[in-house]
Design a protein around this ligand. Sequence first.
Ligand code: IYR
Length: 222
Amino acid sequence: MKTNEFEPYTGQQYSEQEILERSENFLKWADTRRSVRDFSSKPVPQQVMENIIMTASTAPSGAHKQPWTFCLISNKELKSELRKLAEEEEFKSYNGRMSEEWLKDLAPLGTNWEKEFIDVAPWIVVLMKRIYENDANGEKQNNYYVAESVGIAAGFFLMAVHNAGLVALTHTPNPMNFITKALGRPENERPFLLIPVGFPAEKAQIPSLKRKDSSEVIELYK
Ligand code: IYR
């Protein structure tokens, strides 16, 4: 059953040579993206953040439901409140809730329960997944493949941040239900990621990590 109008696809196409060059160049550029935990407090214009969010919102989604809400936060008191609540949970996680193996796996990243970046970064984006919708009659409407859809949107978001020369961190305070309350989000939304965005601090340090090479990532069936 097709109820929608259709229209011609007009995305750009390239020569074989250009395809190779563009894919190589994009890879090189993408490989320079890193999660950064040391933020500058230098402001980032709201319009930039809105452009980044609307790029994320071009992501494909189950039945094109776009089951996401991006809470865009610069309010200092609210950021401090989020930091306090996140640190309360993270303190418990790092001091008892996370397994020895987990803590050992995180050691090279140098993370701990302190989340100063929530105060420092000019913007905090809380990405909410919308597990269902309420229609005009108050009836529940389904969303589909919500985690997959919102995960893809998060990926687009991170690339748009990188494209703007800004940095981000995908923070996952656990459990995250404090966010729903602090932001007064409705019953059909659940927190997915908390993402500080901004400029890197002048002397920002990142862990020296090596990415898997193609033989570890690709299983070829030719
Ligand atoms: N949620 C904690 C712990 C943490 C977990 C993983 I897996 C990471 O890659 C990084 C951190 C925190 O945000 O510190």
